[in-house]
Design a protein around this ligand. Structure first.
Ligand SMILES: [Zn+2]
Length: 510
């Protein structure tokens, strides 16, 4: 008989500097599915659960989907939300157990969730699952590459498997890998033993891209270590600074087959190498003056290549917990009188409501964005031609999260000009929900062909590259006002362990 395995996803990346609490409704809005409904919605998708479903078939596991839910990164997860989600998870496990014994559990976690009641929310979930299934049932969990891996997580799980890519294009692959390990664990063929090393490093992610240095070397070394048959998995996690928890930061987790000395030796060596390469994680951001020069060169036909210049504001990145309502890129493009530019996106439900109150083709005066807090710039006064309104729904074409649906809520495409006139319009996607645009379909589903624009303004850090770098002439990261940028000195950290590099340049790794 096939082993019976329960599978669940509860994931959130928490930015403690966001004023937007993450309540249960936020999880529901990002898509909450329960039980067998998960199968058709995530089957074949490049997501962890897509990998669980495919891996279960390949490795002969009888999969019981329990719950699949995530929320866009934002502030602390409320006590009520984590309570209800934990009840869904544990209740589902208990119902599965009532039908007969479970042989294993698969979990998709982020690894940087902070709740009002537990600064290590992922460990809390793992411990709840452990209590529900008992000490003998193996638990294998996937983690994001930006996880703040902790000793509690390692202790509560049998095996943790982190993503190897940023942009994260291997979610399904890691989900399948988790299934392969779990099948071996259930057959008693492997006894995982893990060593966690955390050098005192708190890098930001704009230079964590795994196809270039320094992360490329670290992931290559991890894969070389995995060639050894005694090694089960090597996970390199970049960490997520704005979670502002003691465990925040870089980590190396090596799991071997019952060989603690080897695990410790390999983890130590790789953590040391990461520490030695740490300065390679700094920089990579274009100053605003430099961005003006790029615009000028583009206008004169002196910027080599073809396709749009992609300008990315990293300081209001929804997938790092930014509110998504900074209008800084629109302000910049208007100030520099850029023709043919399109921006995705500015979250501003008030402006969307104004646009929906008139017919497409009408012109309205709006104050765009800057309404969530005082940290993401002032609202921008613009005159806006309403080109279309939409339900904000589309499906990613990939590569990242291919096949997964996106729901921006009621949205509008506005051609924004300065109220005084005299500026070419900036096509701006204004949405009701904050999301990071990672896929060309964010534009195409709104009638904007991204390859035909001179400048594309995005909010993001690295994920946009999977789709947008291949069509771009040049990518430039800029940093407007906000809580998600590369400049950590803007954030008032209270809980990260100190000293830690680069906040404390004198930090040492003895
Ligand atoms: Zn990530």
């Amino acid at each position: 008989m096939s082993p019976r395995v329960a599978a669940a996803q509860i994931s959130h990346e928490t930015n403690r500097f966001s004023v937007v609490l993450t309540d249960y409704a936020a999880f529901e809005a990002s898509g909450l599915s329960v039980g067998e409904a998960i199968r058709p919605s995530l089957w074949g998708s490049n997501s962890e659960f897509g990998g669980f479903l495919a891996g279960a078939e390949r490795h002969g596991l009888d999969l019981r989907p329990i719950v699949a839910v995530w929320a866009t990164p934002s502030g602390l997860v409320t006590a009520e939300a984590i309570g209800r989600l934990t009840d869904l998870l544990v209740g589902g496990l208990e119902r599965a157990l009532a039908d007969g014994p479970l042989d294993g559990v698969l979990l998709a976690l982020h690894g940087a969730m902070v709740t009002e009641t537990d600064h290590d929310g992922d460990a809390g979930l793992l411990e709840a699952v452990r209590r529900a299934v008992g000490p003998a049932v193996p638990i294998v969990a996937t983690l994001d590459l930006h996880a703040n891996v902790s000793k509690r997580m390692v202790a509560a799980a049998d095996l943790l498997v982190g993503f190897d890519t940023y942009p994260h294009v291997d979610m399904a692959e890691r989900g399948e890998e988790a299934c392969a390990h779990l099948a071996r664990l259930i057959r008693g063929e492997v006894r995982p033993t893990a060593a966690l090393r955390k050098p005192p490093m708190l890098p930001t992610s704009q230079r964590m891209l795994t196809d270039r240095m320094p992360m490329r070397r670290l992931v290559e070394r991890a894969h070389a270590m995995e060639e050894d048959p005694r090694v089960v998995n090597v996970t390199v996690s970049g960490g997520f600074p704005p979670a502002d928890v003691p465990e925040a930061g870089f980590s190396v987790l090596v799991t071997t087959d019952d060989d603690p000395a080897l695990a410790a030796e390999l983890a130590e060596a790789l953590a040391r190498e990461a520490w030695d390469l740490r300065h390679g994680f700094l920089g990579g951001v274009t100053g605003w003056a430099e961005a003006v020069a790029l615009i000028r060169d583009l206008g004169r036909g002196e910027l080599p290549g073809s396709g749009p210049l992609v300008l990315v504001d990293i300081a209001d990145n929804p997938w790092t917990g930014g509110p998504g309502d900074s209008a800084e890129l629109v302000r910049f493009l208007l100030a520099n009188k850029v023709a043919g530019a399109a921006v995705a996106l500015v979250k501003d439900p008030e402006t969307v409501a104004q646009a929906r109150a008139v017919d497409p083709g009408a012109t309205i005066e709006v104050r765009l964005g800057g309404k969530t807090d005082a940290l993401h710039g002032e609202p921008l006064p613009v005159r806006a031609y309403v080109r279309l309104v939409s339900d904000g729904r589309y499906v990613n074409e990939g590569p990242m999260l291919a096949g997964v649906g996106v729901d921006l809520g009621p949205s509008a495409v506005l051609h924004c000009t300065s109220p005084e006139g005299g500026t070419p319009p900036v096509e701006t996607l204004v949405t009701s929900r904050a999301e990071t645009p990672i896929d060309l379909n964010v534009f195409r589903s709104h009638g904007i062909e991204p390859t035909r624009r001179t400048v594309l303004g995005l909010k993001g850090k690295g994920h946009f590259r999977a789709s947008f770098e291949p069509i771009s002439r040049r990518v430039a990261l800029v940093e407007g006002p906000g809580i998600t940028g590369a400049d950590l000195s803007r954030l008032a950290f209270r809980h990260v362990r100190r000293p830690i590099w680069p906040l404390d340049p004198e930090a040492a790794y003895p």
